[in-house]
Design a protein around this ligand. Structure first.
Ligand code: NAI
Ligand SMILES: O=CCc1c[nH]c2ccccc12
Length: 306
């Protein structure tokens, strides 16, 4: 294998590869060819799987579950060696029907990790509550016997998790949220650690690919030079050392190789802390515009709930 990717354990006992191949952002809404597929994505995913990536991060919302299905088949790698995540579009009244549709699109009979994509809906405005949707997702998990092998959430802050836990029978095993050094939520980190919820970082390279020119550039460059790694590799490694899974997106083979080169080197504890400290000096996030804001002295808050 060209890549070396560590694995983490989920509260369900399943093993999750700690670097995942993302099918959102650059692939979201891309054009389809005459066969109805985004061929560039299928080819890219097959390349990633052949290099050794085993964790694919998809979502109903990205409109490309069929591409994931095609890539699984074309890769020739057995289904049970892959870890497939997909996400339920948030405010739907019949999650089971949507789940069955996702299985069909993906051409699989179970999902390793099924996430509720976001908490930005409620009974009053959308006719269904987060608690009701979560109950339907719990039924798909069926205490580990169902086709949703692990269930979790995405884009939940601490108050969202606390609200969910008032009615939930099952604690989400995962919370996938934007995390990079400029978007670090200490309270969420603590809550998830205390409750055995594994964090997954999306947008992990944002410090350099979206917010270049900030105070982290020099720090990441310095640390990267010490280990002979790029600033982006250092960001992924930082996430892994903080203890969260990282999902990243790329079409370029050389970047797939770099971002999967995650064994045999480690950051010093002081370097992990330095990245965190410098990142915290300039809080900013890239996704879900208008949903969150940073309040000095308090941290990240939902804006849409005010
Ligand atoms: N649950 C959610 O609400 C969300 C989930 N996601 C998931 O997370 C995955 C990863 O998120 P991203 O923000 O795409 O991750 P990311 O932070 O790794 O950014 C990837 C982007 O940076 C570019 N890039 C990578 N290396 C670069 C380099 N060396 N120089 C310049 N540009 C570079 C890539 O071409 C790509 O456009 C998505 O594909 C999706 O699966 C993403 C956003 C929201
Ligand atoms: O899962 C990701 C949802 C999302 C939120 N903002 C954007 C922007 C571009 C692609 C995907 C997303």
């Amino acid at each position: 294998m060209a890549v070396n990717i560590p694995t983490f354990k989920l509260s369900t006992g399943l093993t999750i590869p700690a670097v995942g191949y993302g099918c959102g952002t650059k692939w979201y809404g891309a054009a389809k060819d005459e066969t109805g597929l985004d061929r560039a994505l299928v080819n890219s995913m097959v390349e990633a799987i052949k290099l050794g990536y085993r964790h694919i991060d998809g979502a109903e919302m990205y409109g490309n579950e069929a591409e994931i299905g095609a890539a699984i088949k074309e890769s020739g790698v057995p289904r049970d060696q892959l870890f497939i995540t997909t996400k339920l579009f948030p405010s739907v009244k019949d999650p089971k029907a949507r789940f069955v549709e996702s299985l069909k699109n993906l051409g699989v009979d179970y999902i390793d990790l099924y996430l509720l994509h976001c908490p930005f809906f409620d009974k009053q405005s959308h006719g269904v509550s987060v608690g009701e949707v979560w109950e339907a997702i719990e039924a798909l998990h069926d205490n580990g016997k169902g086709p949703a092998r692990t269930i979790g959430v995405s884009n939940f802050l601490v108050p969202d998790l606390e609200e969910l836990m008032k009615t939930a029978k099952i604690t989400p095993a995962v919370n996938q949220i934007e995390i990079h050094p400029y978007c670090f939520d200490e309270a969420l980190y603590k809550y998830c650690n205390d409750n055995n919820i594994l964090l997954t970082a999306y947008g992990p390279l944002s410090a350099t690919v979206r917010f270049a020119g900030g105070p982290l550039d020099a720090v990441l460059e310095k640390i990267g030079q010490k280990y002979g790694k790029t600033k982006e590799q250092v960001q992924i490694k930082w996430g892994l050392e903080m203890g969260w899974v990282v999902v990243t997106t790329t079409q370029k083979k050389e970047r797939m190789v770099l971002y999967g080169d995650m064994e045999g080197w480690n950051l010093e504890k002081e370097e992990v802390e330095e990245i965190k400290k410098v990142g915290l000096s300039k809080p900013q996030r890239a996704f879900w515009d208008g949903k969150y804001k940073f309040v000095q002295g308090e941290g990240w808050k939902r804006v849409d709930k005010e």
